[in-house]
Design a protein around this ligand. Structure first.
Ligand SMILES: Cc1cc2nc3c(=O)[nH]c(=O)nc-3n(C[C@H](O)[C@H](O)[C@H](O)COP(=O)(O)O)c2cc1C
Length: 223
């Protein structure tokens, strides 16, 4: 990533989109990134463009995405014990790459019609959630956030850990719940727990990726 700080700070959920299609060059780029992450993670992530039904046919107002014709479906093996967390981790990698390409996104766990998705789900796999992607009517805006003390058991900590928490607090979570709790243990081992709430295990993967970006993976190991 070119400018991690700017990318992490400028990303906000966007729920209203322009009609403009994603240019072929960017679609090819995204597909290449997705292929690599699928190989690395064992997921079956798929990008679909110019396919309006998935968001348009969702009838409720709350959590709805407007005029977005593109989505990334996050699919994986039902038997994978950590499927939700892996989906969160790799999905957020794609979200931040998309942000760098000048695209807007929104994670969508509820506001879409699963039956309208145009993707291949192999036997033994399931769709965990999707990500809306395209050119937003705007770039979104900062939202209320919990504080360092709310989400970290450890109060006095080195700068790398604090930077990790700062980035974790900028990560998207379902209904902005931010239920995660971090702790710095001996020997630079970091523990993070998901908390209870809808999609909190997906949130966990997202937040772990943000923490890695802020803290630097050479400074610690996950518990
Ligand atoms: C797993 C997950 C599921 C989400 N599902 C929806 C959804 O169904 N509809 C919606 O409008 N936003 C959804 N969101 C977006 C969150 O509401 C948003 O990330 C949160 O309010 C924080 O705002 P931010 O992304 O601008 O930082 C979801 C986010 C995550 C991480």
């Amino acid at each position: 990533m070119k400018n991690i700080d700017e990318t992490v700070k400028s990303r906000h959920s966007v729920r209203r989109y322009k009609e403009d299609a994603i240019p072929k060059k960017l679609v090819d780029n995204l597909n290449k990134i997705i292929d690599n992450y699928n190989k690395e993670s064992g997921l079956n992530i798929q990008l679909k463009t110019e396919d309006k039904d998935t968001f348009a046919s969702y009838k409720l107002h709350y959590g709805k995405i407007y005029d977005c014709a593109n989505y990334i479906a996050l699919i994986g093996n039902k038997k994978e014990k950590h499927l939700e967390e892996i989906v969160g981790y790799y999905g957020q990698k794609i979200v931040l790459e998309a942000q760098e390409m000048g695209l807007n996104t929104c994670w969508v766990g509820a506001g879409y019609s699963k039956s309208a998705l145009n993707v291949k789900v192999l036997p033994g796999q399931k769709i965990v959630c999707v990500i809306a992607i395209g050119y937003g009517l705007h770039n979104g805006k900062p939202r209320p956030s919990k504080t360092y003390d709310d989400v970290s058991v450890t109060k006095d900590a080195p700068d790398w850990y604090k930077k990790g928490i700062e980035y974790a607090l900028l990560a998207p979570t379902a209904i902005n719940q931010q239920k995660f709790k971090f702790e710095l243990l001996e020997n630079n081992i970091v523990s993070v727990k998901a908390g209870i709430g809808p999609f909190s295990k997906v949130d966990l993967g997202i937040v772990k990726y943000h923490f890695e970006l802020g803290a630097g993976t050479s400074n610690f190991t996950w518990k």
